[in-house]
Design a protein around this ligand. Structure first.
Ligand SMILES: *[C@@H]1O[C@H](CO)[C@@H](O)[C@H](O)[C@H]1NC(C)=O
Ligand SMILES: *[C@@H]1O[C@H](CO)[C@@H](O)[C@H](O)[C@H]1NC(C)=O
Ligand SMILES: *[C@@H]1O[C@H](CO)[C@@H](O)[C@H](O)[C@H]1NC(C)=O
Length: 327
């Protein structure tokens, strides 16, 4: 499959669509994927038994084919001024109400916590985007430890999932059938639907039958404790799965007093005070992929949340690429 896709990508622009539709076969792009493991949150990333695993195990060998595919897919990057971009929520969400909506299309920071300016740019680049520069998002990581600036969920720039999911070459093509459900639970919990769908893309490539290495279930890769009450015990049930994932993220925001970066980071095992050494400690052991992906927040907020496929974007989104050593 991968070879076929790559072959087409080399020779025809029609292949752009093919590449996007087959997006999950590229999701394990070593340079950009999120780290598995260490998730106290919804899950570890999908591992051995997931439907994507056949391609993921092949990903190292197919890496060479990726640049050509990526350069073709750079075309669909929406202009930074896209009318689909909008403030994130209706505001009756789980977090407290301080802060406000984005300002002039850029993230509204409540407190930089000594991390300086956000460095946000309208244009999405390797290192920045509307939700802030990667060095701002990872502030402290090289020193005394991660000190996330305070941003709440209303303050981030996101695009509207419904507006982009059905577009040609959407990063969320795999999620198309579930848009209404993401929207429903997003509005119930005050979370932009695209944020929920971004977790689904990261966790399962939006494939409902995904089972993670530790048995995590479905689109949102719920751990067993979050599957209680699933209809007929089916934790992969799309409605249940998205609802439970949304509820969990909403609780996480509450527990963090609305601190969005801490809450998103939690999904990749980040914690306040995490140092570069902490994040990369697993690099030289047998569980290399259990590192925390230090490009994760940038890829999530300036990639997925802008309808950019964080695994395919050219140039790659990030600067640490600490998982590359696992190849
Ligand atoms: C941390 O150090 C790396 C490697 O020197 C550098 O690329 C990155 O910009 C630094 N991050 C921050 C937040 O200063
Ligand atoms: C939540 O409320 C507290 C106290 O009012 C405030 O200090 C904090 O900045 C708020 N957090 C967010 C993300 O708005
Ligand atoms: C992070 O690194 C510090 C310093 O090496 C260490 O003391 C601490 O235990 C680490 N924390 C975690 C959770 O690994």
């Amino acid at each position: 499959m991968k070879l076929i896709v790559s072959f087409l990508a080399l020779f025809t622009t029609v292949a752009v669509q093919v590449v996007v539709q087959a997006g999950h076969s590229f999701e394990k792009l070593p340079a950009q994927r999120a780290a598995p493991g260490r998730h106290a949150a919804i899950s570890a990333r999908n591992k051995a038994s997931s439907p994507a695993s056949a391609s993921s195990t092949a990903s190292t060998t197919s890496t060479k084919a990726l640049p050509s595919a990526s350069s073709l897919t750079s075309a669909p990057t929406p202009p930074a001024t896209s009318s689909a971009r909008q403030p994130s929520t209706s505001g009756n969400g789980p977090s407290n109400n301080s802060g406000g909506r984005p300002i002039n299309g850029l993230v509204n920071v409540i407190s930089s916590k000594g991390c300086g300016s956000s460095g946000a740019t309208e244009k999405i680049t390797a290192l920045s985007g509307p939700n802030g520069h990667i060095n701002f998002l990872t502030c402290g990581i090289n020193g005394t430890g991660w000190n996330p600036p305070l941003i709440n969920i209303k303050g981030i720039v996101t695009v509207d999932l419904s507006a982009v999911a059905h577009q040609k070459d959407s990063a969320f093509a795999n999620c198309q059938d579930f848009v209404a459900t993401f929207e429903q639970y997003g509005s119930q919990y005050g979370i932009p639907a695209i944020l929920l769908a971004s977790f689904a893309m990261q966790e399962s490539s939006c494939i409902p039958s995904t089972v993670g290495g530790a048995g995590e279930q479905g689109l949102m890769q719920l751990t067993g404790d979050k599957c209680v009450g699933a209809p007929n015990g089916d934790c992969m049930d799309v409605d249940f799965n998205i609802g439970a994932g949304a509820m969990f993220f909403s609780q996480l925001l509450d527990e963090n007093d609305g601190d969005l970066l801490s809450s998103i980071g939690h999904y990749n095992g980040w914690f306040r005070g995490m140092t570069y050494a902490n994040a990369t400690a697993a690099a030289h052991g047998g569980s290399c992929r259990e590192q925390n992906n230090l490009d994760y927040l940038h890829q999530f907020l300036n990639g997925w949340c802008q309808n950019i496929n964080a695994y395919e974007h050219n140039p790659p989104l990030g600067e640490y690429f600490n998982l590359n050593v696992c190849n």
